[in-house]
Design a protein around this ligand. Structure first.
Ligand code: HAM
Length: 436
């Protein structure tokens, strides 16, 4: 018996019945991104592993536990293709920054506003809303002129507006600030001092994190760690006056834009590159994996990766999570029925060839057409036409050949009429189809 293959664990096929909604989400997001003047960038789906380790942080869960590395070697005529040292991208920011630096985009414009749509890969334990291959719509605004609180407000409101335009009217937005790089060091120091007395109560992972990256403790799901975090008093004492003022401005701008947010002192994000504003958007209908998207400012990453001293801010939305949230909405308005305009029905060699040629003519005019290639009974073919939600069925039998005219059934109005074969050459010119 031959082996039956399955889709790899943590990945999913997007079937034809679902693709319409994916395309709608894609198109809708692109039209909002266009209104904010963001331009698309496409980078490879794999990059050097070091790029991710250096940007997301050696101690981040993604780099420590979830990287999918390419380890094999292949041979071509020129010799060996070395794939080791490369990883499937777990996110888009690092690659976009790599490309920004490599292509000297800073020389082209003072503010580079980019977006990307595509698959990302993380070796996670799969569950509902958490996959090993998932898709993000992401945005990065990078440049010497990007260090403005107005841009934080623009980027945050853009993420919310994309979701709202899709019909997700109540996404919950949480924001926080980590302050400048120095403030963040200060924050880590204060956190360490305050957690120190309870270190032994932490899970083994967090005891390790305490030394290597204390922020990770704040979002640990372990109950003992949550209890320690609840006891620790977190305040904004780590922030400089300038950082506090920056954050206040971002909040005021969001309020003026009508963006509703909640502040969360515990929100630090799982990736190391963030400074200043960080944010997360969630939807309570999603269960445990409720983050629809997240982002923030990363003012030191570009220079850390060898690029110019420029600042940046961005976010990424998870497309699978958006789909799950949309599925909870009553009668998702985004699903447009896929309909066939003309379904051709024929019965034997001769009529099939005529129908096949007429179908090609109709398609060349931009109509969606199909037929049943088995030429079964009239009943069987009408069943297929129904399944295809055909607007019109074009029947070609012996009688029709004699009259040189198609019998057309209008499936919505349940009426029937004849149409000369000749007239199929210019369907929009006929009174029946002029509006189609
Ligand atoms: P992130 O929080 O790691 O941030 O991911 C952003 C979003 O991607 C999440 O909120 C979630 O919707 C989706 N996501 C992440 N992992 C999975 C998964 N395993 N399965 C399904 N969906 C997932 C970033 O990736 C940053 N690069 C965002 C950013 C851009 N920050 C600045 N610029």
């Amino acid at each position: 018996m031959s082996e039956i293959f399955s889709v790899p664990r943590g990945t999913a096929d997007i079937l034809p019945a679902e693709i319409g909604l994916w395309n709608k989400v894609n198109c809708q997001a692109r039209s909002v991104l266009n209104a904010y003047n963001y331009k698309e960038i496409r980078t490879p789906i794999f990059e050097e592993t070091g790029l991710f380790a250096r940007s997301m942080g050696q101690t981040s869960d993604v780099v420590q536990k979830q990287m999918l590395n390419l380890a094999s070697q292949a041979k071509d005529e020129q010799g060996q293709i070395q794939l080791s040292g490369l990883s499937l991208r777990p996110e888009g920011t690092a690659a976009v920054v790599r490309s920004y630096i490599e292509n000297r985009l800073d020389k082209k414009e003072s503010l580079t506003k980019l977006f990307y749509v595509g698959p990302m890969f993380r070796g996670e334990r799969p569950q509902k809303g958490r996959l090993r291959q998932f898709h993000q719509i992401g945005v990065e605004a990078i440049g010497p002129q990007s260090g403005s609180p107005y841009l934080d407000a623009e980027v945050i409101s853009l993420s919310i507006n994309i979701l709202k335009s899709l019909g997700l009217s109540q996404p919950k937005l949480k924001i926080n600030t980590l302050g400048s790089a120095e403030d963040k060091d200060n924050f880590a120091k204060i956190l360490k001092e305050r957690i120190q007395p309870s270190v032994i109560e932490l899970c083994p992972d967090c005891q390790n994190r305490f030394e290597r990256n204390v922020f990770r403790i704040l979002d640990c799901k372990n109950e003992a760690c949550k209890a320690v975090v609840r006891k620790v008093q977190i305040d904004r004492s780590y922030l400089s006056e300038a950082s506090l003022k920056y954050y206040e401005t971002v909040k005021n701008l969001l309020t003026d834009l009508g963006v509703v947010y909640e502040e969360s002192l515990n929100l630090v994000r799982g990736l190391d590159y963030y400074t200043h504003t960080v944010f997360e958007i969630s939807d309570s209908s999603l269960g445990s994996q409720d983050a629809l998207g997240a982002g923030g400012r990363y003012n030191t990453l570009v220079s850390q990766l060898g690029g110019p001293e420029v600042e940046a801010v961005g976010f990424a939305l998870g497309m699978e999570r958006i789909m799950l949230a949309l599925a909870q909405l009553p009668g998702v308005a985004l699903i447009e029925e896929d309909r066939v305009d003309f379904y051709f029905v024929a019965f034997d060699e001769k009529t099939f060839k005529i129908a096949f040629d007429l179908m090609a003519l109709a398609r060349s005019q931009g109509f969606v057409c199909d037929m049943d290639f088995r030429s079964g009974s009239m009943k069987a073919q009408m069943r297929q036409a129904d399944k295809a939600k055909a607007r019109f069925v074009m029947i070609i039998g012996e009688d029709e050949v004699n009259k040189q005219a198609v019998s057309v059934k209008n499936m919505d109005e349940h009426s029937q009429f004849e149409l000369a074969f000749e007239a199929v050459k210019n369907l929009r010119g006929t009174e029946f189809f002029s509006g189609k």
